[in-house]
Design a protein around this ligand. Structure first.
Ligand code: FMN
Length: 260
């Protein structure tokens, strides 16, 4: 083992923070490391918004599926997949005129560009997570930032080619958070395969989820009509209101992207 592996193996999401600020030096170092993250074509297809306004944090705590700890986080970073900056640069550089002159259609950011920008933004976000850990800071992703697009678009003044892909809450963990056990992961054999994708058979899927089923169900035969972990997960997460809202909202973001 080495200290990097040690840090990675012991990271956990932190949702309660000490009432202690993060120094400007530490923030600067974390951002410096974040901006060194690998990026497609060295283009940095993302933007980061530091949310310092308490009223915006309060709004996010509501709009991101009612998660009050967002409002309590000392440092909140919004990661945006961003093609607007490049497209604006193309326009400022006279690319539309160049295309017209040479009679070729002007290409605007498309779905592939969006996915590439999302890769960039997420890799930068995870780099921030690890850099923060190295300073003793805990963090938690908020995927629900993809919900309520219309509200977030107005809140952050998002143009067409900007996709809010994740929010990161950071702060020094409380003692209780530090002492909390790590969450389990599925066994490597279910996740990693060689050369070919390996589709799991029903028996393997059952084996994969067995310990989670035992943990959630205990001695109970059913929970709210669900008789196994698969049914429970479908009800609680996959078909829950927040998942339905996230899909609606992402469709709205895609529509806005395509209308740009
Ligand atoms: C893309 C993404 C979105 C997430 N969104 C949320 C969220 O909205 N709220 C939350 O409390 N945790 C969120 N998490 C944290 C996960 O719940 C957490 O990583 C997972 O339960 C495993 O726990 P661990 O990080 O402590 O190992 C998110 C994580 C990821 C990667």
């Amino acid at each position: 083992m080495n200290s990097v592996i040690d840090l990675l193996l012991n990271r956990k999401s932190v949702r309660a923070y000490e009432n202690r600020g993060i120094s400007p030096e530490v923030r600067a170092e974390i951002l410096r490391a974040t901006l060194r993250a690998p990026t497609a074509g060295n283009q940095m297809l993302y933007s980061i918004v530091e949310v310092t306004d308490q009223s915006i944090k309060d709004t996010l705590a509501e709009t991101c599926d009612h998660q009050p700890f967002i409002a309590q986080a000392p440092w909140v970073l919004l990661f945006l997949a961003d093609y607007q900056r490049w497209y604006d640069y193309f326009v400022a550089s006279g690319v539309p005129e160049m295309c017209e002159e040479s009679q070729v259609a002007l290409r605007k950011p498309e779905e592939g560009d969006l996915f590439l920008a999302c890769c960039d933004a997420l890799i930068a976000a995870q780099t921030a997570v690890i850099a923060a850990e190295s300073f003793g800071l805990g963090s938690c992703y908020i995927g629900d930032i993809m919900e309520q697009y219309e509200t977030h678009q107005e809140l952050f003044n998002l143009p067409h080619y900007v996709f809010p892909i994740c929010l990161l809450c950071l702060g020094y963990p409380t003692l209780q958070q530090k002492e909390r056990e790590l969450t389990p992961r599925f066994d490597r054999k279910f996740i990693v395969s060689e050369n070919q994708y390996r589709r799991l058979a029903p028996g393997e899927l059952e084996e994969m989820h067995r310990s989670r089923q035992a943990q959630v169900f205990g001695n109970r035969k059913s929970i709210e009509g669900a008789v196994n972990f698969g049914q429970y997960l479908y009800r609680r997460k996959f078909s829950a209101d927040f998942s339905v809202e996230m899909s609606r909202s992402v469709r709205a973001i895609l529509k806005s992207w395509q209308a740009g």
